[in-house]
Design a protein around this ligand. Structure first.
Ligand code: HPA
Ligand code: ZN
Length: 329
C-alpha cells in the first residue's frame, strides 16, 4: 500500500506546538522556557490524570504565550505545517482564536494576517478556521472575529470558516445565537465544538444555527433524533479519539461510539484536535482506532473520503484529495 494521504480538519494550532517547535519559537522571541526537556514536555501536554475539558484547556497557557507576536505566529504556522507535512498530511485545516493572541499588542486583524503569512511560507495545502470563544463578556471580540471572517473569507487558500471553542460545559451553545446568526447572514461556513463536554442538546443548537460540521459530536447519540438528523443531512463529525479520551468525553473508551456511528452511516472524520497537547498525530490516531476498535482498511478509507468531502474548500481540491485517497488504497 502507498503512503496514506492524511487529512486533518480539526487541529488547533496552539495545541500543535511540540517541545521542539516551542524551543524554536522561544529562541526567536527571547522567551525563557524550562531548560529541562521533560519539564517542558509536561507543560506542553495533558497529564494522564486529566478529568475534564475544563482541565484540559488549562494546558494552553504556555503554547499561547509563544504566539503573541507577528513573528511568533508566522513561525508557528510554518513549523506546525512543516511538521504535519513530514507526517504525511496532504490537506490541513488549522484553527485559531484571534482574540487569544492580542496580549502583546496585536489586533485580531493583525493576528489573522500573521496566520495567512505563515500559511504562505509552507507549501502544505492549509486553510484557516477562526474560532470564537465560549466565555462571557467577550461578545464584542466574538463579533469582531465574525466581521473579520467576512472580510477575509475565501473558498480556498485562507480563511474558510469559523468555529466556537472553549469550555462547552460552562458556556452553553445556546448562549451564542447572535454571532452565528451573523455568520449565517454573511454566508460564512461554520463548524461548532459540540457534544464533547455537553450533550446532544448542544449539537442540536449548533445544527439549528446552521453548522455545516460538528466538532467532536461524540455525545450526539444521547438524543436519537439528533443522531438521525446528523445521518439524514450528512453532517460530518470531526472526531478526535485521543482528545476525547483525555477530556473524558466518554467515561470509558470501550463506549466510544466510533464503530456505531460508522455502521449507522454517520459521516465520521478522524482528526487530532491538539496533537502536541494530546501527544498524538494523525497517523497515531488511525493506529489507535485500528487497534482499539478494529477499524478496517475500508472504514479508514471511508473516513478519509468523508474528510475530503467535508473540507471547507473548493470542489477541485475535494476531487484531488479523493483521487489521492482512491489511488492509495
Ligand atoms: N474543545 C473546546 N475547545 C478547545 C478544544 C476542545 O477540544 N481544544 C482546543 N480548544
Ligand atoms: Zn477542538
Amino acid at each position: 500500500m502507498k503512503n496514506i494521504p492524511y487529512i486533518d480538519l480539526h487541529c488547533h494550532v496552539d495545541g500543535a506546538i511540540t517541545p521542539e517547535i516551542a524551543r524554536k519559537l522561544a529562541e526567536l522571541q527571547n522567551i525563557e522556557l524550562p531548560a529541562d526537556d521533560e519539564e517542558l514536555a509536561a507543560k506542553l501536554s495533558v497529564p494522564e490524570t486529566c478529568e475534564s475539558l475544563n482541565e484540559f484547556l488549562e494546558c494552553f497557557a504556555l503554547p499561547g504565550s509563544l504566539m503573541q507576536t507577528k513573528e511568533g505566529i508566522i513561525e508557528t504556522f510554518y513549523l506546525v505545517e512543516e511538521h504535519m507535512k513530514s507526517l504525511g498530511v496532504v490537506y490541513l485545516e488549522l484553527r485559531i482564536a484571534p482574540q487569544k493572541h492580542c496580549d502583546g499588542g496585536l489586533t485580531q486583524e493583525g493576528v489573522i494576517q500573521a496566520c495567512l503569512e505563515g500559511i504562505k511560507r509552507s507549501n502544505l495545502h492549509t486553510n484557516l478556521i477562526l474560532c470564537l470563544m465560549r466565555d462571557r463578556g467577550n461578545e464584542k471580540e466574538n463579533m469582531e472575529t465574525i466581521e473579520l471572517a467576512k472580510k477575509y473569507l475565501v473558498k480556498d487558500g485562507g480563511v474558510v470558516a469559523v468555529d466556537l471553542a472553549g469550555a462547552e460545559a460552562l458556556f452553553h451553545t445556546d448562549e451564542f445565537t447572535s454571532p452565528f446568526a451573523k455568520a449565517k447572514e454573511y454566508g460564512i461556513p461554520f463548524t461548532i465544538h459540540a457534544g464533547e463536554a455537553d450533550g446532544a442538546k448542544s449539537v442540536k443548537d449548533a445544527l439549528d444555527f446552521g453548522a455545516a460540521r460538528i466538532g467532536h459530536g461524540v455525545r450526539t447519540k444521547e438524543d436519537p433524533a439528533v443522531l438521525e438528523y446528523v445521518i439524514k443531512h450528512k453532517i460530518p463529525l470531526e472526531m478526535c479519539p485521543n482528545s476525547n479520551r483525555q477530556t473524558k468525553s466518554v467515561d470509558d473508551m470501550s463506549k466510544y461510539p466510533l464503530k456505531e456511528y460508522l455502521a449507522k452511516g454517520v459521516k465520521v472524520t478522524i482528526n487530532t484536535d491538539d496533537p502536541a497537547i494530546c501527544r498524538t498525530n494523525i497517523a497515531r490516531e488511525f493506529d489507535y482506532i485500528e487497534k482499539k476498535f478494529g477499524i478496517t482498511l475500508e472504514e479508514k478509507k471511508t473516513m478519509l473520503l468523508n474528510a475530503a468531502d467535508a473540507a471547507f474548500s473548493d470542489d477541485a481540491t475535494k476531487a484531488e484529495l479523493k483521487k489521492a485517497i482512491e489511488s492509495a488504497f
